[in-house]
Design a protein around this ligand. Structure first.
Ligand SMILES: [Zn+2]
Length: 283
């Protein structure tokens, strides 16, 4: 019996997930960031967990990867996943049950924007990335949650701060009750940018000078983790309530050398997608 179970586990590896340790005290809160391993995709490497509808992977495999990942994080066998058509901007959508359909028959997102917030129970919000910064936020008093997609353009648009403000406005939440996590994404080690990107940040943020460093060869590197952390603090989230996972999607490796995450930059656009999910499963 044991042998059969072990064999099965080898074939169907557990979906890779990075959880926020500090959140384990909140039993009602379910959240996690996916890693590359533990799925059925073969498009970018065998046994991988691609969670995006990419051109190279097949739809049925991605759908099954999504179902298994959401079940792993939520602890629920069947729980609704709500995603958004991401546009690299600063628009946040409020997810409410009973309105218009939130996805197509094929499971594709209907809503457009770069943030989702909800006070509903029993559904998971999903943000897709492959280098961009996923930011997850929860109000521990009102049990309202949000997920935000902050690439450099979304960060420039202030999506994390806009998201916190939307949670306050829509649900009467208080930022001092929030916990937040900045997930695996391209780090200051690998996020090389041109002068024009730094200039745009300098025009918008007074402290932008502290978000960029110049390497030995004169290359400019940006720190999107710190930029988003500062936006959360600026919006009223307590600094000690923010977890920065601090793993770089472009250079983090497993012990055997395989990539731990999908990286759009490092793999020149031909790669899968991670998903970051957050939800409240019980009232
Ligand atoms: Zn890196």
């Amino acid at each position: 019996m044991t042998g059969v179970l072990q064999q099965r586990r080898e074939v169907e590896a557990t979906p890779g997930v990075v959880r926020v340790e500090a959140w384990s005290e909140f039993e009602w809160l379910r959240a996690g960031f996916s890693t590359r391993q533990g799925g059925g995709s073969v498009a970018y490497g065998a046994g991988e967990q691609n969670l995006g509808w990419t051109g190279e992977d097949d739809t049925a495999t991605v759908a099954e990867n999504r179902r298994r990942f959401v079940a792993e994080v939520s602890g629920e066998r069947e729980v609704a996943l709500v995603t958004v058509r991401q546009l690299h901007g600063g628009v946040v959508q409020v997810v409410r049950r009973g309105g218009a359909a939130l996805e197509t028959a094929e499971g594709k997102a209907v809503l457009q924007g770069d943030g989702l917030i909800t006070g509903e129970r029993g559904l998971m919000l999903g943000i897709q990335t492959a280098d961009c910064v996923p930011v997850l936020v929860a109000d521990t008093r009102k049990r309202v949650v949000g997920g935000f997609h902050a690439g450099w353009k979304g960060t420039l648009a202030g999506i994390a701060g806009v998201g916190v403000e939307a949670m306050v406005r829509e649900f009467g939440a208080r930022p001092e009750d929030f916990v937040a996590a900045i997930g695996p994404s391209i780090g200051p080690c690998c996020f090389a940018v041109g002068e024009e990107v730094r200039r745009q940040f300098e025009e918008r943020f007074g402290d932008a000078g502290e978000l960029f460093a110049v390497g030995d060869g004169g290359q400019i590197f940006g720190d999107l983790w710190e930029a988003n952390r500062r936006q959360l603090v600026e919006a009223g989230v307590r600094a000690e309530a923010i977890t920065v996972v601090g793993e770089c999607s472009a250079c983090a490796r497993l012990e055997d050398g395989r990539r731990r995450y999908f990286s759009y930059r490092a793999e020149r656009g031909v790669t899968g997608r991670m998903m970051s999910v957050i939800g409240v499963v019980e009232g």
